[in-house]
Design a protein around this ligand. Structure first.
Ligand code: FES
Length: 99
């Protein structure tokens, strides 16, 4: 099994997941809410993350995700809905804040 590393800021907690895992697996692996998931289906916006490193390692966002991120005002290009990401390489992310 090929493992990939996801680092979740600000604590810098590192989680190893099988390649292709959804980021929702982080909660099961760590027993912590490092990323605040809600609906887990791309509809609520609770799981917006800023991708600090490895944007391409999380898979390509589809048009629905990009439209929703725009609706949420996250148009900078480095944001994703964590529930729509699959870990295909190492990445560093941080839950988005309102500031
Ligand atoms: S958990 Fe609701 S959009 Fe990701």
């Amino acid at each position: 099994m090929i493992l990939k590393k996801l680092t979740v800021l600000p604590a810098g907690i590192e989680v190893l997941l099988p390649a292709g895992s959804p980021l929702t697996e982080v909660e099961y692996e760590t027993r912590q809410r490092l990323i605040p998931f809600g609906c887990r289906s791309g509809a609520c916006g609770a799981c917006v993350i800023e991708v600090v490193e490895g944007f391409d390692a999380l898979g390509e966002p589809d048009d629905d995700e990009l439209d929703f991120l725009e609706d949420l005002g996250r148009t900078g290009g480095d944001h994703r809905l964590a529930c729509r990401c699959r870990l295909r390489g190492d990445a560093v992310v941080r839950p988005a804040t309102d500031d």
